[in-house]
Ligand binder design. Structure first.
Ligand SMILES: [Zn+2]
Length: 417
């Protein structure tokens, strides 16, 4: 039971605490006030499979080239993480962490049942995403994506997670449905360009719903799809895809400026680049010549992940001697794994990396329809653009932003952290 004396003492302490705290509280409120009233809307657009070098092939009159040249904005080349592929690239951008820390180590991992699994749900992430940070600041959160898996993986703290097979009614009513999947092989480039236009239109519709501050992630996939099929820019179809994305981004910027003037920032980057290839490395045949055992393997373009057991040394040697293999990264090579930031229980004991012009492929005949690949440490796979656009874009210090994992620091500054 509380006595009257204790009660008095408590009230006095409370009064004292209020007197001490009040001036600081007032100061914090006045400093944070304008930001809390008008937080920024931040949009991060991932142009899937776009090397920085590709931008130089656009004509100077095209919008993305104008953004790069505009003194009010900023453009630099930064490095994607290893492996330079989609899941790891998106996880790095949206968590600000390397695979060793965020747990997204490549295209697939061996799950507890010994089965290969894709990184396609929020449970695979070991750390929170920028969507969690944005939500904790009271912002709306949305991920709108041409690709399903990246969207599902990042959907842990999103108000809206939209991909072609999961479209809410309000998008159907305002933008319409995405292009019909059954028609995608008739005009391959055109279909994927149309899908990206639908993605960007959906982002615009989301921004037009209300002018509340939001954090929006975007994936546009046509450059990646066309890059694999026709080769990277300057291949005609892939350059068309880049031009179309450039036009779509111009419309998106107009919508940002119309719906929240002075209170937005658009960050354009890529999960990885794309390298022209002409020769396949038949990885399953090479491993099959060493052992009859069914070794779990993931072929991801320029990288091969092998969950090898007792035969690891012999498999490594066979791969090392194969034409087109540049590097073998063994589980015992701790220095190299630390340098690449991949030391994690999901990283397989054996990784092979291809030389320029080569890729790991399930069957050699598939090379007839493949002219581009990514995954390696080659500059064309790793160097991606960072373009920061918006009313305050010029004042952000990008000196320490050199990796896609550093993009989160820009976003946190824009959130007022
Ligand atoms: Zn990708």
């Amino acid at each position: 039971m509380t006595t009257r004396k204790q009660h008095h003492g408590f009230l006095l302490l409370l009064l004292l605490a209020l007197m001490i705290a009040w001036p600081q509280a007032a100061l914090v409120a006045s400093a944070a006030g304008p930001e809390q009233q008008n937080p920024m809307t931040v949009v991060v657009c991932v142009v899937d499979g776009c090397p920085d070098v590709s931008l130089g092939y656009l004509s100077e009159t095209e919008y993305v080239r104008q953004l790069c040249a505009d003194e009010r904005f900023q453009h630099k080349a930064i490095d994607a993480v290893f492996p330079s592929s989609t899941a790891a690239g998106h996880a790095a951008i949206f968590t600000g962490a390397y695979p060793e820390a965020n747990g997204v180590t490549g295209k697939e991992y061996l799950d507890d049942d010994g089965e290969l699994s894709r990184f396609n749900n929020p449970g695979v992430l070991d750390v929170p995403t920028l969507f969690h940070v944005a939500r904790s600041k009271g912002l709306g959160t949305a991920m709108i994506s041409a690709k399903a898996n990246a969207c599902k993986m990042l959907s842990g703290a999103t108000d809206a997670a939209i991909w072609p097979a999961s479209v809410p009614d309000w998008v159907i009513e305002t933008v319409g449905p995405p292009p019909d999947e059954s028609t995608q092989y008739g005009n391959f480039a055109g279909w994927h360009i149309e899908l990206d236009r639908w993605v960007l239109k959906t982002v615009e519709a989301y921004l037009e719903q209300n002018d509340s501050p939001a954090f929006v992630g975007i994936n546009v996939g046509s450059l990646d799809k066309c890059g694999h099929r026709f080769g990277p820019v300057p291949a005609v179809e892939t350059t068309e895809a880049l031009s179309a994305v450039s036009e779509g981004l111009e419309e998106l910027v107009a919508t940002l400026d119309a719906t929240r003037p002075g209170r937005w920032c658009l960050i354009i980057t890529a999960d990885h680049g794309m390298t022209r290839v002409d020769t396949g490395i038949p990885a399953r045949d090479i491993v099959g010549d060493v052992t009859d055992e069914d070794i779990p393997m993931t072929l991801d373009g320029g990288v091969l992940y092998v969950w090898a057991g007792d035969d690891r040394a012999r498999i490594a040697e066979a791969l090392r001697l194969s034409e087109g293999v540049a590097e073998i990264i063994d589980i015992n090579d701790g220095a190299r794994r630390a340098e690449l930031h991949i030391e994690h229980p999901r990283t397989p004991p054996l990784i092979a990396v291809s030389e320029r012009g080569y890729m790991f492929i399930e069957a050699l005949f598939l090379m007839e329809a493949t002219l581009g690949s990514h995954g390696t440490t080659l500059d064309t796979d790793v160097e991606v653009p960072l373009i920061v656009v918006g009313p305050n874009a010029g004042s952000i210090d990008l000196d320490c932003v050199n990796s896609t994992t550093d993009i989160s620091s820009i976003v946190e500054i824009l959130f007022g952290m």
